[in-house]
Design a protein around this ligand. Sequence first.
Ligand code: ZN
Length: 290
Amino acid sequence: MKLVRFGEHHNERPGVWLDNTPVPGQASIMDVRAMAFDIEDYNAHFFATHGLDRLRALLHESHLKLIPAAGIRLGPPIARPGKIVCLGKNYAAHAAEFDAEVPTTPIFFSKATTALNGPFDPIVLPRDAQHVDGEAELAVVIGRTTRRVTEADAPNMIAGYTILNDVTDRDAQRDGKQWFRGKSADTFGPLGPFLVTRDEISDPHHLRITQRVNSQTLQDDSTSQMIFKIPYLISFLSATITLEPGDVIATGTPAGIGSARTPPVLLRAGDIVEIAVENLGAQRSPVVAA
Ligand code: ZN
C-alpha cells in the first residue's frame, strides 16, 4: 500500500494512493476517514493498533470512497512523529566529500519534527542563509514499539519506507558545531510523497536514489552503498533508545550534494529540487525566499 495524507497544511486526512482506479491512467485517493471515522490519522496510535491491517481490509470493501488525486495537495505521509533520527555520513563517497573521515560507528543526529514539509511544498530559505542544499535520503518509518531488538528481528519493526530531503543550512551546521539548528529550519524536511509499506519493498538496499536541481543531476546512486544497513541501525539504536511507532530514521545521503561540488550548487529562490527513490515515488520542491 501507498499511504498518503492529503488536504490543507496541518489539517491533512489519511488516504491510500491508488493508481488506475477508477479511471485507468489516473490516480485516486481512498478517503480513509470517510470509510473508517475512527482512523483519525497515521500517528503512533494508528501503527500500534494494527492500523495497516485495517487499511488492507478497507481496500476490500465493495464501496470505496475515492477522490481524484489530480490537484490535491499532499502533506507528509505520516502525522508528526515522536522523533526524526538522521544519520551522518552513511555513504563512504559522501563521507569523503564532506570531511574525508569514514565513520566506524554510526553518527546520529536529530532533526526537529517541526521541519517536516509536504513533498511538493516550497522549501523556504531562511533570511541571510547563503549555503543551503538538499540531501536525498531513504527514510524508514517504525511500526512497532522497538526496544533491544536483534538485527534479525529489526525488519519486523518497520512499517514502511519513504523519502526525506534532509535540507541543510551548511553555515548553521558548521558554525553551530552541533548539527541540530542547521538541519531543522521550518520546511527543511520534505517527506513523502508516500509511505510505501514494507511488504512492497523486497530489498531496501537495492534502490536507485537521485537528486536533481533545475534538471541538473547532483546525486545518482544506490542504497546498496550504505555503510551501516537498516537492520543494524535499528538494532544499534534500540539498544538504548526506545523507537516508537511513527518514528523516522533517515539513512543518510549519497555523494554529490550541491555544497560539496566545484563550483557549489546552492539553493536559490526559484530553483526546483527533485528527489526520487526507486519504487517510493518522487518529490518536487520549489525553493522560495523567506
Ligand atoms: Zn542527511
